[in-house]
Design a protein around this ligand. Structure first.
Ligand SMILES: [Zn+2]
Length: 536
């Protein structure tokens, strides 16, 4: 907190518009805006510690992922490459006719601030008005789009990825972030050197967005009792936001690794990884807390551990939240990703409340978009992204808003423990998300082969594990479901060189493991599939 206190003393109440505003000369096209000037195309083969690397942009194509952009900084992109990306994004905003006002922010890594500054130079080059909110979580940047009335966002973060990675989460239509079409359009502009310089760039430094955000997410929310919650931040950026937000709604908050440290001395802040989940579980038991909420590196995800130390995956938390929300909002629509539990279709409480649930493509951008398109009350993604539309949220993923929803659910449960709410769900056995290595340029072909195998089995009416195959959903990889509800999923990771494998059974642990053995056996026939990050 010291950082914020120092900053607010150093910059007392200066209005945004007076801060560091650089505006190019209106009406006068400076010579460097010569439209015939050809900009340099980024190269993909530059190496550090050479003259070219200092003078030319380096951008590799693989960094443009399905719905965001991630590179190994230094090896796959340099600062001039990041500047090209800023110019490309700014050019794209002009191309699509969006008012070129962009919120920028950066996560807490040793190099994120430099990367954001390079990105800003590119945006200014493109003639954008940049509103820089400084150190931030992704949801704080998304919130700032509303608060500052900026159509676009460019948040520099590699989320929970290892140090060395960088990335930018971008959007131009609140509350959505870009999908494949937009990313591909920007990729083309950047890689083909089609960025266009324009006059009109302006920089506005916004120094009070943390406080504005904290007030907004806690407004009108007060717990009836001081629920004892551990806020696990893994030394990531969330440490500067989450514990304070939870305190403001009346929780008794114990901060865990809430001091920012970009060396991530314990583990990467990722509440989907067993390492962080185990630490959260241990802390709950040791401190006798009601629950632990774990936040990822950029705060758009939240993981939950109950009072007994059990991890409850986000899809199950979603079912629990949906039970309460659907009691208050009749015939509520929800969206969940294909990695999620089958309970949304079978839970008797949700059925009685007339809930409709749509299983959609995994990925924060996809679920956010689908939740918005369907006007759903909420969307849940198993990796811990929660999307709440009004009246609860603004439609984007915010780990802190999600954590507050979990605390309010517990508050309304009349003294029941979180473990009791969890145990009240129909039993099922599920795996965590498992990721076997597979190169980026091979992973889609492997998944296609798996889709063909399972679709083929179903078409021929063959059995799997001695059961009939009832459905093969191919909206995103392949999700194969058997008669007893046991299902398995294989899809390609959208942001890492790996596959994603998930299995679940409402029948037995043995059936869940048998489904995994089947998937794993088929995958092992592909030599390009390597080691798993974790395995059941
Ligand atoms: Zn994240």
């Amino acid at each position: 907190m010291g950082f914020w206190a120092r900053m607010s003393r150093a910059e007392p109440q200066i209005s945004h518009s007076k801060l560091l505003r650089f505006v190019s000369q209106p009406g006068k096209a400076a010579p460097h805006f010569d439209e015939t000037r050809r900009l340099i195309k980024p190269r993909s083969d530059l190496v550090a510690n050479t003259a070219d690397y200092e003078n030319l942009p380096l951008v590799t194509a693989n960094g443009f992922r399905e719905y965001d952009a991630r590179w190994l900084f230094g090896k796959e992109i340099n600062l001039l490459g990041i500047q090209s990306l800023g110019l490309g994004l700014g050019t794209y905003l002009h191309d699509i006719g969006v008012q070129p006002k962009v919120v920028t922010g950066h996560d807490f890594r040793s190099y994120s601030s430099s990367i954001k500054n390079a990105l800003i130079i590119g945006l200014l080059q493109a003639g954008c008005e940049v509103h820089d909110i400084g150190l931030a979580l992704s949801p704080v940047a998304y919130y700032a789009q509303f608060a500052l009335d900026c159509p676009a966002v460019a948040m520099v973060t590699a989320s929970h990825n290892e140090n060395g990675w960088t990335g930018v989460k971008m959007g131009a239509q609140r509350p959505l972030t870009f999908g494949p079409d937009e990313i591909n359009a920007i990729k083309k502009i950047v890689l083909e050197g089609l960025g266009k310089e324009r006059p009109g760039g302006a920089y506005v430094s916004v120094t009070d967005m943390r406080e504005t955000y904290l007030q907004a997410v806690t407004k009108g929310r007060k717990l009836s009792r001081p629920i004892k919650v551990i806020a696990a931040c893994g030394n990531g950026t969330a440490g500067a936001f989450a514990p304070e937000a939870l305190r403001r709604i009346g929780a008794e908050v114990i901060g865990m690794d809430d001091a920012l440290d970009f060396t991530f001395p314990k583990y990467n802040p990722n509440p989907e990884d067993m390492e962080m989940l185990h630490a959260m579980s241990h802390a709950v038991k040791e401190l006798g807390a009601d629950l632990c909420l774990g936040f990822d590196g950029d705060g758009d995800r939240c993981g939950v551990v109950d009072d007994t130390g059990r991890e409850i995956f986000a899809d199950k938390i979603g079912v629990m939240l949906a039970r309460g929300l659907s009691a208050e909002h009749k015939n509520a629509q929800f969206v969940v990703d294909v990695k999620s539990t089958g309970l949304y279709l079978t839970d008797p409480v949700l059925k009685a409340n007339g809930v409709k649930t749509d299983y959609w493509k995994t990925g924060h951008s996809y679920i956010k978009r689908r939740t918005s398109e369907l006007g759903a009350l909420a969307g849940f993604e198993k990796s811990g992204h929660f999307f709440f539309n009004p009246p609860i949220g603004h439609g984007y993923d915010d780990g802190i808003v999600a954590g507050i929803q979990v605390l309010e659910m517990l508050d309304k449960a009349g003294g029941k423990k979180l473990s009791a709410l969890y145990d009240a769900l129909p039993k099922s056995w599920g795996s965590p998300t498992m990721a076997p290595y597979c190169p980026d340029d091979r992973k889609y072909a492997v998944v296609d082969a798996m889709v063909a195998e399972y679709a083929g089995l179903k078409d021929k009416g063959e059995t799997l594990l001695g059961q009939k195959i009832v459905s093969v959903v191919t909206v995103n990889g392949v999700r194969v479901t058997l008669e007893d509800g046991t299902w398995g999923l294989v899809r390609a990771s959208s942001n890492k060189p790996s596959l994603v494998v998930v299995v679940e059974s409402p029948a037995s642990e043995a059936n869940m493991r048998a489904m995994f053995a089947d998937l794993d056996g088929r995958l092992s026939k592909h030599p390009e599939v390597g080691e798993y990050d974790q395995k059941i």
